[in-house]
Structures are given as C-alpha cells and as structure tokens.
Design a binder for this molecule. Structure first.
Ligand SMILES: *[C@@H]1O[C@H](CO)[C@@H](O)[C@H](O)[C@H]1NC(C)=O
Ligand SMILES: *[C@@H]1O[C@H](CO)[C@@H](O)[C@H](O)[C@H]1NC(C)=O
Ligand SMILES: *[C@@H]1O[C@H](CO)[C@@H](O)[C@H](O)[C@H]1NC(C)=O
Ligand SMILES: *[C@@H]1O[C@H](CO)[C@@H](O)[C@H](O)[C@H]1NC(C)=O
Ligand SMILES: *[C@@H]1O[C@H](CO)[C@@H](O)[C@H](O)[C@H]1NC(C)=O
Ligand SMILES: *[C@@H]1O[C@H](CO)[C@@H](O)[C@H](O)[C@H]1NC(C)=O
Ligand SMILES: *[C@@H]1O[C@H](CO)[C@@H](O)[C@H](O)[C@H]1NC(C)=O
Ligand SMILES: *[C@@H]1O[C@H](CO)[C@@H](O)[C@H](O)[C@H]1NC(C)=O
Length: 693
C-alpha cells in the first residue's frame, strides 16, 4: 500500500533475466546454512504485459495479484528504476517500500529501523560505499585509465571534474557514474549478505562549490537522498561520512585533491575549516529530522585529517570541540537528539584522544585498520595474527578508554600492490617503486601476481577469509573498505580483489554469514592452531556496556570543550612533516565571519519514480529557528581564496583583512576569484606519513 492509501500499479512481467554473480563456496560445511545472495534480476522493458507466461504469480505481487510493498526472503521487489528482482535474504530480513514507516530490518539479529539500536549489544557489520559519491582512482579505475598514458594523467576527482567540464560533459558523465556504480540493488545485496550498516562517503560539493572549485555541485546530494530511501527500504542504517572537505584534509586523492592539505593548514586553513563548519551544520540539520534520524544515526564529520602532515592533534581537537558544540546546539543533548558524532583519530591513534570530550554526549571514535601501507608486510597468517593480537586488544582498550569505537575502514590487503592503490602513477612500496614514500627502501617482491583473483587457489581464499573473520571479530563494529571495486579497462573485470566485499562473496573468500562466523573467531582460531600464538581471544577489559555519556543517557554532560577552544591560535602554513601545530599566528591568516545567510542543502526532493511510494516532505532544517548564520567573507574584504591552490606561506599576511576585526558583514560568501597561478597536478608530498592509500 502506498502511503497515500493508493495501491501500486500492477507490475509488468519479466521479459528476460540473468544471474548476477556466481559463487564459489569455499568450505562445504558453510554451504548448508548459508545461501549467498545470488539474486535474479528481471528486466522490465515490456510493460504492457501483466501476466507471467507460466500463469503463476506476477512479479511484484503476492497471491491474488495483490501488489507487495513489503516482504522478506523470496519475495519479488520492484526497484525504483522499474526492474524487478527476487529478494534473497536468508537471515529473516524484511523490506518495506512504504517510506513512511521504518519497519524494515536487515536481518533477524538486527533491530528494525524503528527499534532501538543498542551500541553495546548490537554489532555494526558494515561496508563502505567508497568510490560512489567521492571518486577514487583505485575503486573506479576505468574513469581514470583513459588519461593515464597522456601528458597530463588525471589524479583525482578534482582533475577529472576539470577535464569533464572542459568537454562540457561534467554533469552527464558524473550522473552516469552515480546512476550505475551503486544502485538500489546493492542495498538489497548488502542486507542479503548479512550486513546491517553502510558508511557513505560524501564530498562537501554535495552542498555547494565556490569559484574555481571544479567539482559538480549539489548533484551528489540527490543521490545521498536516494541512498537514505534505499537504506530505509532494506532496513540498513547509514553512517554518513563527510569524506572530502574544502582544501583537502590529508593530501591523498580521496581528500578531493591529491598533494594538497589546505584544511587547518596553509593560508587557506581557516577558511577551509570555517566552510567545513558550515557544511557540518547543514548536514546535521538535515539528518536530525525525525524522518531521517533513524536511518542516519551516525555522522562521521571528517575523514582521515592528516595530523602528522600539518594539521596537528591540538588543532584537530579544537576543531572537534567546535563541531561538538555546533552539532549539539542544533538539537540539544540526549539519545535521539541529533546524530552520534564520529571523530577520526587523524592517523594519530586513539590513545591520543583519551579523556578528550570524555563526558560529551554521544561521541564515537573512528579507527582505520590497515596493515597494507607499512612495511614489513605480513604474510597471510600474519594478517590473522595482527588482527586478533593487535586490533583485538587495542580495540578492547579503546572501548574502555575512548568509548564506542568503530573501524570505519579496513580491508584484506596485506601490501600496497594494486592498480592506483597509492594513487595514479605512484608505484608501490612492495616493489620499492613508491614515488611518495621512500621511507622503507626495500624490495619485497613483484606486485604482478596479486591481481589474478580468477586463479586464486583454495588455500589463498581460505587465508583471505581467515583474515576477514579475524578482523571482524577483533574490530567488532566495522565497515569494510569497500563494497565494490569497478572494472578496469585492462581486464574488463574488477581489480584490487582484497578491497572488494562483493567480489569476495561472489568468489568465496568473504564469509556468507559475517555475524555468526566472526563471533569468537580469534578464540576458536587459537584452539585450532596453537602455533599461531593468538593472545587475544575476546573482549575482557571492556565490560560490554558503555557509560551514560556515550549512549546519551546521562542527565548532564560536561564536554569540557574549553580545554581545546576554537579557533586555534596558530597553524602550519606549509605541509609540515610533524604533528606539532605550526607557528603562524592565526591572526595573520584570513578568516570568514559567522554572519552570512544560513546555508541549506536546498529544497530536498526525494525522487521516487514508482508512483505511490512516498516522497517525504522534508525541510532543509530540523528546526527552522536553529538555522544559524554561515561563515562568510568579511565585508570590504572581498577576497575569495582559491582554497585548493594556496600552498605556501608567502601568501600569509598578504591577503586583505587578514586578522582584522570585521566591522560590516557580507551576507554571502564572495565568489570573486583571486588570480592564482594553477600549479598543475600537485606533486605528492615527499614526506612519509601514515597513509591510507
Ligand atoms: C576448492 O574448493 C572447491 C569448493 O569447495 C572444490 O570444489 C574444489 O575441489 C577445491 N579445489 C581443490 C584443488 O581443493
Ligand atoms: C536497474 O538497476 C539494476 C541494478 O543496478 C540494473 O541491472 C538494471 O539494468 C536497471 N534497470 C534499468 C531499466 O535501468
Ligand atoms: C515498527 O513499525 C511497524 C510497522 O509500522 C510496527 O508494527 C512496529 O510496532 C514498530 N515497532 C516499533 C518498535 O515501534
Ligand atoms: C597505459 O600504459 C600501460 C603500461 O604500458 C598499459 O598497461 C595500459 O593498458 C595503458 N592504458 C591504456 C588505457 O591504454
Ligand atoms: C552553542 O550555543 C552556545 C549557547 O547558546 C553559544 O554560546 C555557542 O556559541 C554555540 N556554539 C556553536 C558552535 O554554535
Ligand atoms: C591479498 O590477501 C592474501 C591473503 O591474505 C594475501 O596473500 C595477498 O598478498 C593479498 N594481496 C594484496 C595485494 O594485498
Ligand atoms: C598455524 O599458524 C602458523 C603460524 O602462523 C602458520 O604458519 C600455519 O600455516 C597455520 N596452520 C593452519 C592450518 O592454518
Ligand atoms: C526549535 O528551536 C526553538 C529555539 O531554540 C525551540 O524553542 C523549539 O522548541 C525547537 N523546536 C523543536 C521542535 O525542537
């Protein structure tokens, strides 16, 4: 039944169908209980026919021709693009296309969206939707390969957007990617694979861009809204991950622009951070609405800010203190009021954040668990050992010391081999050919054999699966990076197999029942293999509860945000290879002032192409009276800083109004570009740093 009480129109019958993904099941034992989500897709081209040729149940309908709007395993679902498929969910999961209720549940062990998620009891079993709304060369290689052997290879979404813009194709090509790389069908497969959350990377350009910023503005927001509805339909929860910020936060391609770190660093460092605060406000206002809150309960407000390369832990904490106040000011404190705020350790390790914001309302910590970027590289069994012994015991400690800790990213990679894994044209530490990191000059072997996943033998698959289960057990709450790797032009197939969950379930190295198989894995592995020297076999320090602050059940909160007050007093103004705060006084760095017209994400429209499905009428703001002013240019200082291209300290102090007190305020950010020489593709920083990839 549609929300307006109308029945959905009869669904046309299938014309032809094909199988997506065969499965090589690795361990015969597992086959019995677990069906991998192999699902038939039905093409819906012939929409005149209303009866199946065999006279049985019409696709999308139940007995008697009644159109289904909810169901479980084995029911037929019509997707928002019209295609029909049979839902495969062997875990008792249910779906509902009535977007006015939140009754769907991903599995019988996962609370329905309208029930309470207990962060101490329920495990987050998730995947990232990497490479979708924020592009990464190693995830969608075929978007970057056409340029790789040209005189100007394209390194990142910044360069690709410029290229597509110059061809007059930016929106068309980006939409083509958004429409096909992740669809509703992926959400159905994710729930059917036994997973219950997705982490969704989003770039700030979903909200706005300013002059000279080449990203396609606003369109990815539409797809974020689709993702909310698809998650709602299949009972999945979303951790929204604001992955790319103005100026780039880490100098990696996934920060938006490779080789640039101008967020809380450089002459643009304050403006970048202030714009970041604007966008965090807009997003928080949006996702705090009651229609959305149950589907997007966690907001990761920044991804992998590089404290070791210019930002520094102190200034990151100052930024976090301000974010905390901003977010909690919007809806107040206590469970249900605004999202859980997930904060990245910024490569510094969570021990650096113990005690920080410890009595704040619902702060969670994001750790990324990668062994692939730091030689010496573990072998297959080494990954399992590191997972149990190191990640298990450290996570156990973080639960006690820091509170709710989530592994926002991890993979099966044991080394940095793989097409574009470190970036386009950068080479690999494993082969001692990495252009960016020369800190471990040692040749470990050739990268060539690793990509040949079609010929992996059973023992390789078994080792990969063991590595997966060990990490799942040790990290407890996790998001694998990433759900899907796209095809390469080289092979016409996915590459980087240790980074694709979907390929793993299709090829038999990912568990088909992630919750059941990973629970207690380290303990049983220790019993099986005494020579593996497993020392961590379960959470013993953590008492399986979180304090009232962490769950929003406290009567008062004392976040002590004044300990690290905003704004910073000084900052680095070049990419500095240390974790200390740089020495340029912030008063010499241009800032905006918080008096601009409140920003909003625009009029939210949720496209629902199936008539009868709800189009929730949402406001851009959870509470209109909380629409606070945005940071905007100081009037009379009509500067606009080309935020990705300011790189050196020469500019500091030369900008008009740096450090001066504003007298009058402009209502809008000023999009007048200051001429700045385009430095071309930025060279990667030569400084070794903990890098994701
Ligand atoms: C590998 O595993 C598959 C699936 O269990 C099995 O059919 C095949 O015989 C195994 N191959 C070898 C060489 O053990
Ligand atoms: C709908 O989405 C599915 C899954 O991505 C795809 O296979 C199918 O071709 C799409 N149907 C149409 C009509 O575009
Ligand atoms: C969730 O929604 C369903 C359908 O509206 C309803 O039957 C159920 O009682 C709700 N559960 C909770 C915990 O509110
Ligand atoms: C670029 O060159 C490399 C190395 O010769 C080759 O493997 C690759 O296929 C080329 N890419 C394209 C798109 O032709
Ligand atoms: C939060 O609210 C307090 C009290 O109204 C105010 O002093 C503070 O400036 C606000 N902070 C932010 C970041 O909105
Ligand atoms: C992928 O995982 C397997 C099993 O752990 C490992 O042997 C292999 O080296 C990994 N390959 C890469 C490129 O990380
Ligand atoms: C047991 O652990 C050792 C040491 O990590 C490893 O070399 C061996 O392959 C493991 N045996 C099995 C059966 O997994
Ligand atoms: C909206 O904010 C105003 C001002 O803070 C407050 O008085 C009101 O109760 C809020 N409304 C809701 C529904 O939270």
């Amino acid at each position: 039944m549609g929300p307006d009480g109308k029945r959905l129109p009869a669904v046309p019958h299938k014309k032809r169908w094909w199988i997506l993904g065969g499965v090589a099941v690795l361990l015969a034992v597992l086959v019995v209980a677990i069906a991998v989500p192999v699902t038939t897709l039905l093409d819906d081209k012939d929409n005149n026919t209303t009866k199946s040729p065999d006279g049985t149940v019409e696709p999308g309908t139940g007995p008697g021709g009644k159109v289904l709007t909810s169901g479980g395993d084995g029911t037929k679902i019509r997707m928002d693009n019209g295609t029909i498929f049979t839902y495969s969910n062997p875990f008792g999961g249910t779906w509902s296309s009535d977007l006015t209720d939140n009754s769907a549940r991903a599995q019988n062990y996962t609370p329905a969206l309208n029930a309470t998620w207990d962060y101490a009891k329920n495990r987050i079993l998730g995947v990232n939707l990497g490479g979708w709304l924020v592009l990464e060369p190693f995830i969608v290689p075929n978007l970057f390969e056409p340029y790789e052997n040209t005189s100007s290879p394209i390194l990142d979404e910044y360069g690709l957007s410029q290229k597509w813009q110059s061809e007059g194709q930016l929106e068309q090509k980006m939409r083509q990617h958004y429409d096909t790389f992740i669809t509703e069908y992926d959400f159905a497969l994710i729930a059917g694979a036994g997973l219950n959350w997705v982490r969704l990377p989003l770039g700030y350009w979903a909200i706005e861009t300013m002059a000279n910023e080449p990203y396609l503005p606003k369109v990815s927001w539409e797809y974020f809204l689709k993702a909310i509805q698809w998650a709602r339909k299949y009972g999945l929860r979303i951790e929204l991950d604001l992955h790319a910020m103005p100026g780039s936060v880490n100098n990696y391609n996934h920060g938006g622009k490779s080789g640039v770190l101008n967020f809380l660093n450089s002459a643009a460092g304050m403006q970048a951070a202030q714009r970041g605060l604007n966008y965090i406000r807009v997003i928080t206002e949006y996702i705090s609405q009651p229609e959305i809150a149950n589907v997007v309960p966690i907001f990761g407000i920044i991804n992998e800010p590089n404290t070791g390369l210019g930002i520094g832990v102190e200034n990151l904490k100052r930024f976090y203190s301000e974010v905390y106040q901003e977010v909690r000011n919007i809806t107040g404190t206590g469970a249900g009021k605004g999202p859980i705020i997930a904060l990245s350790d910024g490569f510094a390790g969570l021990n650096n954040y113990q005690g920080f914001l410890s009595q704040a309302d619902r702060v969670a910590w994001d750790q990324h668990a990668y062994v692939a970027f730091t030689p010496p590289f573990p072998d297959r069994t080494g990954l399992t050992q590191t997972a149990c012994n190191y990640y298990g015991s450290s996570t156990d400690g973080y639960f006690v010391q820091n509170g709710l800790t989530i592994a926002g990213e991890w993979s099966l990679a044991t080394n940095d081999c793989g097409l574009y894994l470190n970036g386009v044209g950068l080479g690999f530490r494993y082969e001692n050919s990495d252009q960016a990191d020369k800190s471990h000059p040692q040749y470990f072997g050739s990268c060539v054999p690793f990509d040949d996943w079609a010929n992996y033998d059973n023992s390789t698959k078994a080792a990969m699966k063991q590595g997966a289960l060990a990490q799942m057990d040790a990290l407890r709450n996790f998001f694998f990076w990433t759900w899907k790797i796209g095809d390469s032009l080289r092979t016409g197939k996915p590459v980087n197999p240790n980074w694709s969950y979907l390929l793993g379930i299709q090829q038999g190295w990912m568990p088909t029942n992630p919750q059941k198989e990973s629970n207690g894995f380290c303990a049983s592995y220790q019993k099986q293999n005494s020579s593996a020297s497993i020392t961590w076999t379960g959470f013993t320090s953590w008492s399986s509860t979180f304090s009232d602050y962490m769950t929003g059940a406290a009567s008062t909160y004392n976040p002590q945000t004044q300990t690290f007050a905003w704004p910073p007093t000084s900052m680095s103004t070049g990419i500095a290879s240390n974790s200390n705060v740089g020495s340029t006084p912030v008063s010499a760095i241009p800032s905006y002032t918080a008096t601009g017209t409140p920003l909003s994400a625009g009029t939210p429209t949720v496209s629902a192409s199936i008539s009868g499905e709800a189009t929730p009428t949402l406001n851009p703001w959870a509470n209109n009276s909380k629409a606070a002013p945005a940071y905007a240019a100081i009037n009379g200082c009509g500067y606009y800083m080309d935020i990705f291209n300011v790189q050196n300290s020469d500019n500091v102090g030369q900008w008009p109004c740096a450090g001066s007190a504003p007298s009058k305020r402009s209502p809008q950010p000023m999009p007048t570009p200051v001429a700045s020489p385009n430095p071309g593709p930025a060279a990667p920083a030569s400084t070794p740093a903990p890098r994701r990839r």
